[in-house]
Design a protein around this ligand. Structure first.
Ligand code: NOJ
Length: 536
């Protein structure tokens, strides 16, 4: 087994489940926990190590679970606490870890804390949220904007003050400067840790604090019409404030009080230098601050090589890297890059140094599904229509088989429409197809687990990064075994020279030449990536 001497979250691979769309067990058109339990063997066969489940807490679903009305319960649409306990036991029995989503920046406006906070200016919980008097003209206290469009302040007419919300008005921001609120939120972590969860993905952590003086955010000269209206201002006073560091350390102390290396992953879309501070002083913060930079880097060999170099160089001593190529908020790989390059992207993600996260459905090459206006669910698309900001297209039901409902549901209408291609693009069809995307993911995961060089080995760049070819080396320090990964990011054949005889291919994205000997030249076919046993 690869990765001896490393923590499970270092040698492991994480798989993200968006539970509404994974597996419905009761025919209501929405996925649930018993459904997820029934599909755990798919994850085992795929070869991942941990499953991160997007929020399953009681919620009015204004933002589909990212508006939490009770941090220590399960929404009935997903099941019960007993279902959760069964799920975690079944996952652990299969050697799978379970990571929950933790949403500390905001609750639902229906959370009893907010209901109490809103009730009067001298409510005992008034200070658990962020309330401010109107500006002199009666308008919002300042120019801060909601990520989902419109002002970040909503007036409560009864008490005459505005509440702050980085996202929807239905997602009021919690005030982490209040010690009671902080204790209550940390207690929620303990509740789940005691139930056996192996870690948390911490939502929107860069939004946790706002500057206390409430100064206006400066205008953003780079904003153009067609971009998200929230980007009209630079979030100088609403993001990445210094106090966040201490709050993260407090979360980490809670997690570290439990045995078994519980994991904290931070969701922060930040420049690399700022992201690094989320590892914390002396690594006292997140073990993995999510690295989203591949999502915004052009799909070009030089640009990606430069990103990897910058990220690797910026890591604090002892910090463990990680890579993300998709999630429930971002366009799918096969839509972004095309189906052929999606295979190359899978090889990149699963051969880089650092913990990879795979988003559900990527392993069968699902694509973004166009959603007719009448079926739009995402509040972002509803509030800011037509700019392509909506996330429904990447949240459509998992395609399990060619039957009605794609094996996802027996309901006539799932909560979001199925992709038009579900009868051909589905797990059942791909299991039996030795050249399918699913076969590629399984092969890549098996190779990553078999090769310490890939799971935990060192990374070295090469001089080859030109003409669409991205190449790098992974080396197992213990044995000296060196693997060269060469990815053709374009649609033309490429020849790489200078290889010593004896090199051989372990895996091609085309899945058709394992064991192939290489003489002095390597011929990469269009859209082909290979892993070779050879120095780069
Ligand atoms: C980030 C989550 O990934 C996204 O889905 C959600 O809408 C926002 N945070 C607000 O919680």
């Amino acid at each position: 087994m690869a990765g001896k001497g490393h923590a499970w979250w270092q040698s492991g691979v994480i798989y993200q489940v968006y539970p509404r769309s994974f597996q419905d067990s009761n025919g209501d058109g929405v996925g649930d926990l018993p459904g997820l339990l029934a599909r755990l063997d798919h994850l085992v066969a795929l070869g991942v190590d941990a499953v991160w489940i997007s929020p399953i807490y009681p919620s009015p679903m204004a933002d589909f679970g990212y508006d939490v009305a009770d941090y220590t319960g399960i929404d009935p649409v997903f099941g019960t606490l007993a279902d959760f306990d069964r799920l975690i036991a079944a996952a652990h029995a299969r050697g799978l870890r379970v990571i929950l989503d933790y949403v500390p920046n905001h609750s639902s406006d229906r959370h009893p804390w907010f209901v109490e906070s809103r009730a009067s200016r001298d409510s005992g919980k008034r200070d658990w949220y962020i309330w401010r008097d109107p500006a002199p003209d009666g308008g919002p206290p300042n120019n801060w904007l909601s990520e989902f469009g419109g002002p970040a302040w909503t007036l409560d007419a009864a008490t005459g003050q505005y509440w702050y919300h980085a996202y929807l008005p239905e997602q009021p921001d919690l005030n982490w400067r209040n010690p009671q609120l902080r204790d209550a939120m940390l207690a929620a972590l303990r509740f789940w840790l005691e139930r056996g969860v192996d870690g948390f993905r911490v939502d929107a952590i860069h939004h946790l604090f706002e500057a206390a003086e409430l100064r206006d955010n400066p205008p953003n000269p780079e904003w153009r019409p067609g971009q998200s209206p929230a980007r009209r201002v630079i979030r100088a006073h609403t993001m990445d404030q210094p106090e966040v560091q201490e709050a993260i350390t407090a979360m980490r102390r809670v997690a570290d009080a439990y045995p078994g290396e519980r994991l904290l992953i931070g969701e922060a879309y930040l420049p690399i230098d700022r992201l690094m501070t989320y590892y914390g002083v002396a690594l006292s913060g997140f073990q993995l601050p999510f690295n989203f930079h591949l999502l915004s880097t052009p799909w070009e060999a030089r640009a990606i090589a430069a990103l990897i170099a910058r990220y690797e160089a910026a890591l604090p001593p002892g910090a463990w890297p990680n890579w993300v190529l998709g999630n429930h908020d971002r366009s799918r790989l096969a839509s972004r890059l095309g189906p052929r390059q999606a295979r190359v992207a899978a090889m990149l993600l699963l051969t880089l140094r650092g913990t990879p996260t795979i988003y559900q459905g990527e392993e069968i090459g699902m694509t973004d599904v166009p959603i007719p206006p009448a079926q739009v669910q995402d509040p972002w698309e509803r509030r800011v229509p037509g700019l392509g900001l909506g996330r429904d297209p990447v949240r459509t039901p998992m395609q399990w088989d060619a039957g009605a409902g794609a094996g996802f549901t027996t309901a006539a209408e799932p909560w979001l429409p199925l992709a038009a291609d579900w009868r051909s693009v589905n797990v059942a069809a791909q299991v039996g197809d030795t050249s399918s995307m699913l076969s590629l993911y399984r092969a890549l995961l098996a190779l990553r687990h078999a090769e310490p060089a890939l799971a935990v080995g060192a990374y070295a760049s090469t001089a080859i990064n030109e003409d669409d070819v991205l190449a790098y080396e992974r080396r197992d320090e213990a044995t000296g075994r060196r693997l060269c990964i060469a990815l053709n990011l374009g649609g033309h054949p490429r020849v790489l020279a200078g290889f010593a005889p004896g090199a051989y291919v372990l895996l091609s994205t085309h899945l058709d030449r394992p064991g192939g000997m290489i003489n002095s030249m390597v011929r990469l076919r269009p859209d082909e990536g290979i892993v070779m046993v050879h120095p780069c």
